[in-house]
Design a protein around this ligand. Structure first.
Ligand code: ATP
Length: 232
């Protein structure tokens, strides 16, 4: 599904990611874990086409690298960015309508589907997004990304700044999406929760992949686990 090879990401003269390779197979949830400044957001920005990058990024064998941001979205990439950005002065439902603006077919049905899957959003459909709690805003940001009917969902630190109980709710939501068959690339500092639902995990540090494996194999590496759980 998503194949990234030898990715280097640049912010002006600064190289933030130094030639990483990773893959996400259809229906999998793959986590990219790492501390602040590891290069997680830079990697997401390179996949969406926002950041300047070299190397190859392919979705189901189609090379995305020559394509601008909008074309990558049309090919099936959607992102819920860091910082749960929602349109504060629009209602929950209006936020979802905007998320589905590129794909007007069955808009009402798809909104109803996400309200069904995430009842908290349905209960608050007419509430202004800016008045939602942090966790509800995060749910809305994810649901809005899903309104584009993506083939792969990129989640940039969905747990950031949320209380532990709310983080658990957000990860339950992500688990529900996985159950529905969604392919997910999850970027996180919260290793404990991310390991629980990921099929495969890459650990990023200083722009390089320093470890990878299934949650089970990484779980048997005590030193690594201490380092990973120390991130949260
Ligand atoms: P965080 O969890 O803090 O968001 P991260 O793993 O997502 O961390 P990035 O945001 O990708 O890390 O940052 C990787 C490196 O690139 C850092 O050294 C950061 O300072 C640098 N960087 C990121 N964005 C820019 C930018 N727009 N201009 C210059 N340097 C940047």
């Amino acid at each position: 599904m998503l194949d990234v090879e030898n990715l280097e990401v640049f912010h002006g003269p600064i190289e933030a990611v130094h030639g990483i390779s990773f893959a996400v197979a259809e229906g999998q949830c793959v986590a990219l874990l790492g501390p602040n400044g590891a290069g997680k957001t830079s990697t997401i920005s390179a996949i969406t086409g926002i950041a300047k990058a070299t190397g190859s990024i392919a979705l189901s064998g189609v090379d995305l690298t020559p394509l601008p941001v909008e074309s990558r979205m049309r090919k099936g990439i959607a992102v819920s960015p860091e910082g749960r950005r929602v349109f504060a002065n629009l209602s929950v439902e209006e936020n979802l309508r905007l998320g589905g603006a590129q794909q007007k077919n069955d808009l009402a049905d798809r909104i109803a589907e996400w309200f069904d899957t995430f009842p908290i959003l349905g209960e608050r459909r007419n509430q202004l997004a800016g008045t939602l709690s942090g966790g509800e805003q995060q749910m809305l940001a994810i649901a809005r990304a899903l309104m584009a009917n993506p083939r792969i969902l990129l989640l940039d630190e969905p747990s950031l700044g949320l209380a532990p109980k709310i983080v658990t709710q957000i990860f339950t939501m992500i688990g529900a999406l996985k159950e529905k068959g969604m392919t997910i690339l999850l970027v996180e500092q919260n290793a404990t929760q991310a390991l629980r639902l990921s099929d495969y995990v890459y650990l990023l540090n200083n722009g390089r992949i320093v470890a990878e494996g299934t949650a089970e194999t990484l779980g048997t590496n005590d030193a690594l686990m201490a380092e990973l759980t120390g991130l949260t």
